[in-house]
Design a protein around this ligand. Structure first.
Ligand code: FAD
Length: 651
């Protein structure tokens, strides 16, 4: 599918609302607005969409689209000053569904306190209770087979916290990568002092739990914004979607103030068009591209705009600032070759069975590779001395920060020492994690332990690098610019390294590979390891923050862009603070208010994958050049090969 009409027809249609970006949030808002047949909604999406794309619908292929230029914008950061000058990958989905098209499919939420903190920054109504209504509204929670639930310690979904009639299908994984080792790994995490808390969707985030996924367990297929929100409503005559259409700017009535948007300009097939709007332009191009569209339209920091020869219509310095990202570090241990892990996928005889298993809704293709995660408080993984040092550093950062950032830091400091606040994340991955770019030994089995920081103090930015709307923006997350973030990562990595040493797992360990035992024994060397290995989790937020204007805000609590009469932003850009979920399903949940009605847009996700590449051995590939599932002899772990090749390019 390329579009449900032509660019000429789109440009000549009278729309009430035009939505810029048919991604995760954009399609939710489009679906909700077009519930009223009297309202004409147009969506412009730069990418394409194939509803039958196996790499998007088969859960175990999640991730294979990373690096594929057709579906991934493939952004990279500017060299990161505090991370050895590294250029880091910033994958973003391109196509209907946006990043939900290519993400890892983990469906979880932050804690109640984190959503309440968003309200406290000056956003009445944006609190846990309100978010919860819309989390539930977005999902249909599917029942779990009682034997499966018992075997994997899965919680029964309590209707107080889980929805039963929303568009997104939600279920537990059908397959667990640790197989018979699952109980042992869970108990080993508990041995580190982490409580098993089966369902962290109730506003508590602390504990070890198995996450829900955006997978329809009835068909073992992924549920994401395009199939859940667009496909189901594609027959509506008042909902019009044009793919392959890159919006270049918003147009305004000359001399109007506040600025009155009249429509948008877009490119399609090399031609430039203008589409007119009578009510609102709704921007949902994602946290890395929404600022670009605002700046190209004359809304942003006047110094940046004038540098690129763009006339400033609204001087709004917050545009593109306050960029926050989660950052993670993997470690690797070789374990006994008898262990059941996803490393088996590298073996062609096992991989060849996958399509057949999948046809029966069994095996790794039905699921994500890892769904069990531990979210931990600072006191679980940091000493009192370390916590105190963090606090002093954060207080000093707050003292020297501009007023808006100071309020954010105060909110972060308040929660950091609270034992109910998840400040770190650690999870055991059953196999060699692709991002490590380490060559596996034949027949070897691995345990990767991933550690991540949940509420970084570092703030970055994303701005236009050129007035050319087709040029990539300059992404500068400014990773680890606050030394406290490196300290938190260091403590989290050290905590994770204890896992293979627990009584329950120690006898399975064959070799500590990354970091080496020598690196692991020295904090200084571990810091260097972290700088060399850390990577981005693909959860950017904050770049069009919903905050008071004097605090660096770009949109008000109704999501309207300051200085405009009818431009709103509805995507993950508006979140001023990041919730502690590595997956930002909830983190990216954003509400859109219209005539007293609030609509939730959210985020999904998945893991695996790789695009075919020159170095990719097609004969053992599970996906073909069109990203469709091969009928036989597929090797799912070829995603590892391709990811490894890809990551090697950017590490
Ligand atoms: C690889 C990966 C794994 C992830 N895993 C998880 C996970 O497991 N769980 C989770 O909850 N979250 C996960 N996330 C994060 C989550 O997917 C995103 O936070 C979320 O989808 C962002 O939604 P959005 O609406 O803000 O932006 P997007 O969904 O990215 O939508 C932006 C859309 O705008 C379009 N666009 C951009 N510029 C233009 C333009 N000029 N003209 C027209 N269209 C334009 C883009 O093509 C895109 O379709 C992951 C993300 C990635 C990339």
């Amino acid at each position: 599918m390329t579009a449900n009409l032509t660019a000429e027809k789109f440009a000549s249609t009278a729309f009430d609302y035009i939505i810029v970006g048919g991604g995760t949030a954009g399609l939710v808002v489009a679906a909700r607005l077009s519930e009223d047949p009297a309202i004409k909604v147009g969506v412009l999406e730069a990418g394409d969409w194939d509803p039958d794309l196996a790499a998007a619908t088969i859960p175990g292929l999640g991730g294979t689209l990373i690096g594929n230029p057709k579906y991934d914008w493939g952004f990279t950061s500017v060299p990161q000053k505090h991370v050895n000058g590294r250029v880091m990958l910033h994958t973003r989905g391109k196509g209907l569904g946006g990043s939900s098209l290519i993400n890892f499919g983990l469906l979880d939420r932050g804690s109640a306190a984190e959503y309440d903190a968003i309200e406290a920054l000056g956003n009445p109504g944006w609190n846990w209770n309100e978010f919860l209504k819309y989390f539930k509204k977005s999902e249909t929670t599917l029942p779990t087979d009682p034997d499966h639930a018992k075997k994997y310690h899965l919680a029964e979904a309590d209707p107080q916290w889980h929805g039963d009639s929303g568009p997104i299908a939600k279920s537990y994984a059908l397959y667990f990568g640790w197989g018979s080792l699952n109980d042992r790994v869970i108990s080993a995490v508990k041995e580190l002092g982490v409580t098993h808390y089966p369902d962290t969707n109730d506003g508590n985030k602390i504990g070890l739990s198995t996450m829900f996924t955006s997978i329809d367990s009835r068909s073992a297929t992924r549920s994401y914004a395009a199939n859940a929100y667009f496909k189901a409503n594609a027959s509506r005559e008042n909902l019009v979607v044009l793919t392959g259409a890159t919006v270049t700017k918003i147009t305004f009535r000359a001399g109007s103030f506040p600025l009155q948007a009249t429509g948008v300009e877009f490119l399609n097939g090399g031609q430039k068009y203008h589409a007119a709007v009578s009510r609102e332009v709704i921007v949902s191009a994602g946290a890395l591209q929404t600022p670009q569209i605002l700046e190209l339209s004359g809304i942003g920091n006047k110094d940046i705009l004038s540098k690129h020869g763009i006339e400033t219509l609204v001087d709004l310095p917050g545009v593109g600032e306050n960029l926050q990202e989660h950052i993670f570090v993997p470690t690797l241990t070789e374990i006994d070759s008898s262990c059941e892990t996803l490393d088996a996928l590298r073996e062609p005889e096992y991989a060849a069975k996958l399509p057949e298993l999948y046809a029966k809704r069994e095996g790794p293709l039905t699921s994500l590779p890892a769904t069990t995660y531990a979210f931990i408080s600072s006191r679980t993984f940091m000493s009192e001395e370390e916590q105190q040092k963090w606090k002093e550093g954060a207080l000093s950062a707050a003292k020297n920060a501009p007023v808006g950032l100071r309020k954010q830091y105060e909110s972060q400091i308040e929660r950091f020492l609270d034992p109910s606040s998840a400040e770190g994340e650690v999870f055991p991955f059953p196999g060699l994690l692709p991002t490590l770019a380490i060559e596996p030994e034949p027949k070897a089995r691995y345990l990767s332990v991933v550690a991540a920081v949940m509420h970084p103090l570092s703030r970055g930015s994303v701005h236009i690098a050129s007035a050319d709307p087709t040029a990539a923006p300059a992404i500068d997350p400014n990773y680890l610019s606050r030394p406290e973030d490196l300290d938190v990562l260091l403590a989290a990595v050290k905590f994770g390294l204890k896992l293979p040493k627990t009584a329950l797992l120690a006898d399975l360990v064959r070799k500590q590979i990354a970091p080496t035992p020598e690196e692991a024994a020295s904090d200084d060397k571990l810091r260097e390891y972290i700088k060399a290995r850390c990577a981005c989790v693909f959860h950017p937020i904050g770049t069009a923050s919903m905050l008071p204007k004097e605090d660096g805000g770009v949109v008000d609590p109704g999501l309207k862009v300051y200085g405009t009469a009818n431009v709103r932003v509805v995507d993950a850009s508006i979140l001023p603070l990041s919730p502690a979920n590595r997956r930002s399903y909830t983190g990216d949940g954003v509400c859109y208010r219209r005539e007293g009605v609030r609509h939730l847009a959210f985020t999904l996700s998945p893991w695996y994958t790789v695009q075919p590449s020159a170095e990719h051995n097609d004969s053992v590939s599970v996906v073909d050049a069109d990203c469709q599932l091969r009928g036989s002899s597929g090797c799912l772990f070829d995603y590892v090969q391709t990811c490894r090749v890809y990551y090697r390019l950017i590490l």
